[in-house]
Write a protein that binds this ligand. Sequence first.
Ligand SMILES: Nc1ncnc2c1ncn2[C@@H]1O[C@H](COP(=O)(O)OP(=O)(O)O)[C@@H](O)[C@H]1O
Ligand SMILES: [Mg+2]
Length: 278
Amino acid sequence: MIDVLLATSVGYREGEPGHEVLDTAFAARGVVSRWAVWDDPFVDWAGAGLVCVRSTWDYHQRLPDFLGWAGALGPKLLHGVEAFRWNTDKSYLLDLARYSRVPTVPTVIADNPVDLRAAIGGFGTAVVKPRVGASGIGVVIVYDAESWLPVDAGPWVVQPLVESVQHEGELSVFVFGGHPVSQVRKVASPQDIRVHSRYGGTSKAVTLSPDAALLAVDAVAATTEITGTQITYARVDLLHHDGRLVVSEVEITEPGLYLDLVPGNAARFVDAVLPHLG
Ligand SMILES: Nc1ncnc2c1ncn2[C@@H]1O[C@H](COP(=O)(O)OP(=O)(O)O)[C@@H](O)[C@H]1O
Ligand SMILES: [Mg+2]
């Protein structure tokens, strides 16, 4: 009998980077956990006590399939399909800005090239990214809306270029069971604004800073209120913009836990999810 199935993707069959510490943390509590590829038709999801989404990092290519899979799992899926539907479309940043006092990176939605051009023009130098996207794919800087055409069909979100990502970097605060527990600082290279290592970015564990921790907890509380879902695990990404910290992303679907940099996240994740094991 498997207690917990950890949903992953074909590129990460064995689990997310650093998964060994998570496997050990479950075993140390006498819990049987296994990694399973979310779109593998032979997995017996119904046989598990609890399903946690972890490294399903190809979902953005097939969002309807992913949400269909999540919906079929029903209540044994932690956070659940409706929270995922909200969180996998970056337009959720508008909800946060509208329905909470949490500051976010200014964000505009554009569904067609005309709106896209207008949105870019409103920001001067802008960052354009797919509304449904992951791993920095499709994120571009646009300096001049007049002489630029998107390569993909949209829809998009448009934001001002937050230049601090190349020196102060992006802060990721991990929030488990409503408590901020750890922090990673990710800095982009001079060649790219994306902080991911594949684009030359560097990440390291840093001490939890009070301002980042408080904002992250606020963002998770606002997410709970908006979605009506108790948030067990989250990673809140923050940027320095206009002299203050603002929320760039609230990841409640498949936040990488950076287990190789912060192995302590494993036990905190396990402690947070186990009360949900029926
Ligand atoms: N407005 C922005 N200004 C500067 N850098 C940005 C901005 N938006 C995104 N980035 C960079 O691109 C990366 C990927 O964008 P993000 O919004 O985190 O989408 P995802 O991680 O879902 O692909 C961020 O981690 C950051 O490094
Ligand atoms: Mg991101």
